[in-house]
Design a protein around this ligand. Structure first.
Ligand SMILES: *Cc1c(COP(=O)(O)O)cnc(C)c1O
Length: 350
């Protein structure tokens, strides 16, 4: 891979390279949203009393543009991300960014920086919209001014390019989300508290955290910042199972896409609760043959081994199963314009 940039100081971890421009807009009570502007990527200048820094009035999104076989760039389901950004804004008493503004900002940045994405199909342009309260105030109330920013980086696979199975640890100490909370929106405040669980998992040699519901402590909800799928049986009898959206799960755009793609491939699908004991028992009995996580960043990632307080277990033989591979390839082919796209999920940017 060779990417040229005039800003090597912005190289982030994992070889992620922030691109050259920043698109943004501001909102205030009197004028509403400003026009969007694009400028070279740069540092922000913020008042130390910026309200969003203190009280976490901050939301974000994450979506990707891919280079297709015909060399055009296309963004995966941007309208879904625009609407989720609006839902996140409503939950945090922030102004909604119009869907049209969200979409045109994405197109602007992809046009400016898309040339940095090579035709290596393992790479993509990860787009990160962000919005935060900008008032200079330490009053405990919603901000009266906001800033929307869009940045991007070149992303490889989330866990490296090979789709090696991850090992996961069931978190018993730090619930991610709770009824009436913000687990179903993408607000920054959901993520810093999850770091303790992630660190704990890593101390036990695991890659990721399995979140259980906060009320019963029994139901499997998500994996890190990804949704989970369980595969029952094999061959033509396969069923894809994912936990239903209870309000404490993040409704992933990838989750929704895989449910639809799975049905198109002829699999049965179901959204149902998955108690942790059932997951383990069905893995032991061989009824659950595979488990995978999914999200924009990691696409489809197999889960090989689970660690809990009273023991470990393998999923299948601990490797990557055929249904996981097929789901991943189906989605990746769609990303790169190598498969039919009947619902027009890919939005080309010309
Ligand atoms: C973003 C996110 C997901 C995945 O959502 P996608 O729209 O598929 O990227 C799943 N869980 C959590 C907690 C998330 O933040």
């Amino acid at each position: 891979m060779s990417i040229t940039t005039n800003r090597p100081e912005h190289t982030a971890e994992h070889g992620e390279l922030l691109t050259e421009h920043l698109v943004g807009a501001t909102w205030d009570e009197r004028r509403g949203w400003s026009a969007t502007t694009a400028e070279p990527y740069r540092d922000l200048s913020l008042d130390p009393a910026t309200i969003g820094l203190h009280y976490g009035q901050v939301i974000f999104e994450g979506l990707k543009a891919h280079r297709r076989a015909d060399d055009r760039l296309a963004i995966f389901r941007p309208g879904e991300h625009a609407r989720r950004f609006q839902r996140s804004a409503r939950r945090l008493c922030m102004p909604e960014l119009p869907v049209g503004t969200f979409l045109s900002s994405l197109r602007d940045l992809v046009r400016l920086d898309g040339h940095l994405l090579s035709d290596d199909p393992g790479l993509s342009l990860y787009l990160r919209p962000l919005m935060f309260g900008t008032d200079r105030s330490l009053m405990l109330r919603p901000s009266r001014g906001y800033r929307y920013l869009l940045m991007a980086f070149i992303a490889g696979g989330f866990f490296g390019d090979a789709v090696a199975p991850v090992s996961v640890m069931v978190n018993r100490d730090y619930p991610r989300a709770f009824p009436g909370g913000t687990g179903d929106v993408k607000c920054a405040a959901n993520y810093a508290p999850s770091f303790a669980a992630q660190r704990q998992a890593q101390q036990f040699g695991c890659d990721q955290v399995v979140w259980l519901d906060a009320t019963s402590g029994q139901l499997v909800e998500e994996l890190g910042g990804m949704n989970l799928f369980f595969v029952r049986r094999t061959g033509t009898d396969v069923e894809l199972v994912t936990p239903q959206l209870t309000g404490t799960l993040l409704p992933g755009v990838t989750r929704d896409a895989l449910l639809k793609l799975g049905r198109r491939l002829g699999y049965r699908t179901s959204e149902e609760p998955m108690p942790i004991d059932q997951w383990r028992a069905e893995c032991r009995s061989g009824r659950i043959t595979e488990t995978f996580a999914c999200g924009t960043a990691a696409v489809v990632t197999p889960v090989g081994r689970v660690r809990d307080r009273d023991g470990d277990w393998n999923i299948g033989d601990g490797g990557t199963g055929p249904v996981t591979t097929r789901m991943r390839e189906t989605l990746v082919d769609l990303h790169h314009g190598r498969a039919a796209d009947p619902d027009a999920w890919m939005e080309p940017v010309d």
